[in-house]
Design a protein around this ligand. Structure first.
Ligand SMILES: [Zn+2]
Length: 221
């Protein structure tokens, strides 16, 4: 890892980001993949309150004040910059691996395929769309996803779309890693059940904030 043996986890973090050298081996790539799917370690006695600023990206700021929001926001931030180590990206770095999507084994595993176009993810999206109103056309790429979030008629709908999108990115990426590294296969319905629970928790934790007060109503409809 090119990190000194006596280093503590905090040494590999700058502010609230992992700061690790560019991976050189398959093991290092796997570790990076794992880290992007998890939450950063923080003290239990402090409230999380981070703001992810993605430069000139259309999705500019993610605010978070719960652990689950933080890990969801981080996965979203990495995905938004197309930096998830998908199989196609790993192969483009010269790693001798298959580029096939682990969920469907039909297309190459790119960010847009894995998170939007793949039939597995679509099963999960179907449930999210019931609660956040579906797009006019099927989402096939990242800019269409961002346009769908932006097109929400009310700020509450936009917020719940953001919360749900961050969560689905996190859950699909986590399951993708689980499938590849642990050979654990889970039904899309189970992924949604976990996502649903976390989205409810996020809304409950923030229900005193003005915008969040109507979100549970939107999510449970
Ligand atoms: Zn697929």
């Amino acid at each position: 890892m090119r990190i000194r043996r006596s280093a503590v986890v905090a040494d590999a973090i700058v502010v609230a980001n992992w700061s690790l050298p560019h991976p050189r081996s398959t093991q290092e790539v796997e570790l990076h993949a794992h880290l992007t799917a998890g939450s950063l370690p923080l003290h239990n006695d402090i409230d999380d309150d981070y703001e992810w600023v993605a430069g000139v990206s259309p999705v500019t700021v993610f605010k978070s004040s719960t652990r689950s929001v933080l890990k969801h926001a981080f996965a979203m931030w990495v995905a938004n910059w197309d930096r998830l180590p998908t199989r196609e990206r790993l192969a483009s770095w010269g790693l001798p691996i298959t580029t096939t999507c682990p969920f469907c084994s039909r297309d190459n595993e790119t960010r847009d395929h894995m998170l939007l176009a793949c039939e597995f993810g679509r099963e999960v999206w179907k449930e999210v769309f019931i609660r956040c109103l579906p797009p006019t056309n099927i989402l096939t790429n990242w800019s269409e996803l961002l346009s769908w979030i932006k097109a929400a008629r009310t700020s509450e709908l936009k917020l719940i779309r953001k919360v749900a999108t961050q969560a689905i990115v996190f859950f699909l990426w986590k399951q993708r890693n689980n499938l590849i590294h642990n050979q654990i296969s889970i039904y899309a319905a189970s992924i949604f059940a976990g996502l649903d629970r976390e989205v409810r928790n996020i809304i409950s934790a923030k229900r005193k904030r003005k915008q969040f007060s109507t979100l549970m109503f939107l999510w449970l409809r």
